[in-house]
Design a protein around this ligand. Structure first.
Ligand code: SAH
Length: 248
């Protein structure tokens, strides 16, 4: 069995502490331990401890952060679980493909599996921080799973893959000469890109027409590495420099 490292389960603004406890239990059952809570309504919580049963250590070591960008700042692969499809289509994985993708990358960079709020799921901005979305196939007339049940399905798929593979067989970026860019590095790039597109009058923030969403989707598809990102940042910096020279 391969030990999966570097995998976090991220729960965004969970309202019911019982779901946090049940998610921690599902994680430990399936061999995962890194839990990140983004703005939970109630945590720490006795109810969560009760539902976690023998997985209290997962709760005790959970990190609590203020925002999803903060939770995924160090991640090279971010996968968001969503019961619904969205306005701009995004690369989708099945639960089985999710487990394969995570196994292929978790030895080379940190990975996050992101789950949304009980009432409204993940918002569009949060979904756009993800490289892929995963939808668990369900009854189309009643598609939304309980949060901890959704965590269990994906952790179980991961555990099955970990039981079946040899170390490095799936490690896509094993021999890569550069690290894959992290969530934080990619966020800085998007901000820089937006600034330059405004400066060259390509992008009108008053009339954005989904431009930034489409740029995010483009770059999140290609798993850009740190060197490639630096080249693009360098190009943007030179464009800015040349604009400022021209305007003098
Ligand atoms: N009513 C919400 C669903 C919230 S369920 C909505 O319509 O979006 C809480 C979380 O569990 C979701 O944000 C998602 O991360 C996960 N989840 C529930 N059902 C799922 C499914 N069928 N596929 C993938 N994730 C699911």
């Amino acid at each position: 069995m391969q030990e999966f490292r570097n995998i976090s389960v991220v729960l965004v603004q969970t309202s019911h502490p019982g779901n946090i406890g049940a998610a921690a239990r599902a994680m430990k059952n399936m061999g995962l331990s890194r839990l990140i809570l983004v703005n939970p309504a109630e945590f720490p919580s006795g109810v969560a401890v009760g539902r976690a049963a023998g997985a209290v250590n997962v709760l005790e070591s959970a990190a609590v952060v203020d925002s999803l960008p903060e939770a995924v700042a160090d991640c090279g692969l971010v996968i968001g679980a969503s019961a619904r499809s969205r306005r701009i289509p995004w690369p989708m994985l099945s639960p089985e493909q999710t487990a394969q993708q995570v196994a292929a990358e978790c030895n080379s960079s940190a990975v996050a599996l992101v789950f949304g709020r009980e009432d409204s799921g993940l918002n569009n901005e949060e979904l756009q921080l993800c490289n892929y979305h995963v939808q668990i196939p369900t009854n189309p007339d009643y598609s939304s799973l309980n949060l901890a049940a959704a965590v269990m399905v994906l952790c179980y798929e991961l555990h099955k893959v970990s039981l079946s593979i040899e170390e490095t067989t799936l490690d896509t970026y094993h021999d890569w000469d550069q690290d894959i860019a992290t969530g934080e590095q990619v966020e800085h790039f998007y901000q820089h890109l937006e600034r330059v597109m405004v400066a060259i009058d390509f992008h009108d923030p008053e009339n954005p027409r989904q431009l930034m969403q489409r740029m995010r989707r483009l770059f999140s598809r290609i798993r850009i590495d740190v060197m490639e990102m630096n080249i693009l940042r360098g190009i943007l910096t030179n464009i800015e420099y040349n604009i400022s020279k021209r305007d003098k």
